[in-house]
Ligand binder design. Structure first.
Ligand SMILES: [Fe+2]
Length: 508
């Protein structure tokens, strides 16, 4: 097998150089380190066969040595010398001469000098090519790193806090690095997320993950270094992954200089070894996991705080009227189900999340006597009620984080035919989220109990909503809601909503 760099060199110019230096057309060949010819000069087709015969006859090419040497064989002589790249022999330069041709001292010296120059030039060319190849490999590795880092950033930007960020990332990393398993283990938070890209099944994946959470994590925690275990007889296998023949790349994830988690890539034994480049890439990914993990914890904290604040606001509204207790939560739940059924993009779902939860927050300013009045409201009393969406807007518009949620809350009392309030918007001029909240709000108003009447059944509510299609409510949203309800979602029972199949039959 010739050295990998020899086939990359164009030897014809070296042959021309030798010809010009010595004034003769020499039968020149380049052989690999074992003496097998891998190139011969034009017009000397028999040279390779002659060298092969020499090899078959037991000629031993010296392992070491400098300068030109000579071997006589019948009517021909072989003149040869090693080609070295960065001091290491990678092959031989060989010339066949008629026996005795080199006996004249001048001819011998001139040929030896020219061959040494040519061998040195070939060696230099191989060294340069080797450096270029190494740079190309390095560049390729860096490009892979950059590509992956860019992909991570893009993925993170596309995600909302509610999504399984780590699961999605591990999935794409397992694919990108062609690993059978990628896992992120953070024992302090009891977090163990994994993704598979299996080249062959792993029947005991749970046990493998237990091993990662246990001995492998402890080993990485104390060594604080990346661990690469490729060889089946690696002495560390006495302690970690005993009797598990997988190849492992494990990188510690640091926070404040402490190891808090590990990133593990695992491969079946038949796959290629994890390389130095894989190790470096693993460290880059572990650093990203560290930042993401910190960000994720902060987001979770912020999200918890936001929800507690929202719950406090809702509590303040609903405490005024015990009959509306739970209304905001139920409307929120149903609106989100409709939003998901309508495949709203993540950002709009987030707006719907807050808009539906806080849609009635403006009721906080309605006098108790009006809000809790059991029975019909007078025209004057109703004007207080009509103010609540605008008041919701006034309260929420000061919170930057909720800017996208404000239109849903502000316009949830608009009617599809334009007869609603506060602005009398119609059709698609009503923000989409407001049309969704309106359907959920109507459903809950009908099915929940009031001081003056018991809650009506799901079937009655659906019939009433269908009747309002195109007048009060958006027919498109109603269609999505009806389809959703045909699958009998769990919340109908969870919210204790009465059922009345007979009413459904009557409505039909
Ligand atoms: Fe409401």
């Amino acid at each position: 097998m010739p050295h990998k760099l020899l086939p990359t060199i164009d030897f014809t110019r070296h042959a021309r150089w030798l010809q010009r230096s010595t004034g003769g057309d020499h039968a020149l060949a380049v052989c690999d380190a074992g003496g097998a010819p891998c190139w011969s000069a034009d017009g000397h087709d028999g040279l390779a066969d002659w060298l092969a015969q020499l090899n078959a006859g037991g000629f031993a090419w010296p392992c070491n040595g400098d300068g030109m040497q000579r071997h006589d064989s019948g009517e021909s002589s072989l003149l040869y010398l090693p080609i070295k790249a960065k001091g290491q022999p990678i092959g031989f330069l060989a010339v066949r001469c008629a026996a005795g041709a080199g006996d004249a001292p001048f001819a011998w010296d001139a040929l030896a000098e020219a061959l040494e120059d040519v061998a040195a030039a070939i060696g230099d060319a191989c060294s340069v090519q080797g450096e270029l190849d190494a740079m190309a490999d390095e560049l390729s590795d860096r490009y892979e790193e950059l590509h992956l880092v860019y992909a991570i950033d893009r993925q993170v930007q596309d995600m909302t806090s509610g999504e399984d960020i780590f699961g999605s990332l591990l999935e794409s990393w397992a694919e990108h690095m062609d690993a059978d398993v990628a896992a992120f283990i953070k024992p302090g938070e009891n977090l163990c997320v994994s993704a598979t890209n299996l080249s062959r099944p792993i029947h005991n994946l749970d046990l493998v993950l237990v091993e990662m959470r246990g001995d492998l994590y402890r080993f990485a925690h104390s060594s604080r270094q990346p661990i690469v275990m490729n060889a089946p007889d690696d002495p560390r296998r006495a302690y970690i992954f005993t009797d598990m023949p997988f190849k492992i790349l494990c990188c510690p994830v640091f926070q404040d200089k402490s190891v808090v988690a590990i990133l593990v890539l695992l491969n079946h034994a038949h796959k290629e070894d994890f390389s130095n480049s894989d190790r470096k890439l693993g460290e880059v990914l572990a650093n990203h996991l560290s930042s993401l993990s910190r960000m994720h914890s902060m987001l979770a904290e912020t999200s918890k705080f936001n929800q507690q604040m929202a719950a406090a606001l809702i509590e303040a509204v609903e405490a005024k009227d015990p009959y509306t207790r739970g209304h905001s939560e139920r409307v929120h739940h149903i609106a989100m189900e409709i939003g998901r059924a309508l495949r709203l993009p993540a950002r709009e779902l987030d707006n719907l999340f807050w808009g539906s939860l806080l849609h009635d927050v403006g009721k906080i300013g309605i006098p108790d006597a009006v809000l809790c009045k059991p029975g019909r409201l007078t025209r004057d009393e109703f004007t207080f009620i009509m103010v609540h969406p605008e008041r919701s807007y006034e309260i929420l518009r000061h919170i930057d984080r909720l800017k996208g949620a404000v239109p849903g809350a502000r316009h949830h009392q608009e009617k599809y035919d334009g007869t609603g309030y506060p602005h009398g918007l119609a059709g698609n001029d009503i923000p989409y989220n407001a049309r969704i909240i309106a359907v959920a709000d109507t459903y809950d108003s009908i099915t929940s109990s009031r001081a003056y009447r018991a809650g009506r059944s799901h079937e009655v509510a659906m019939a009433e909503i269908a009747r309002c299609a195109g007048t009060q409510l958006d027919p498109g949203v109603i269609a999505a809601f009806e389809q959703l309800c045909r699958a009998e979602p769990g919340w109908i029972a969870d919210f204790g909503i009465a059922r009345d199949p007979a009413a459904a039959a009557c409505a039909a």
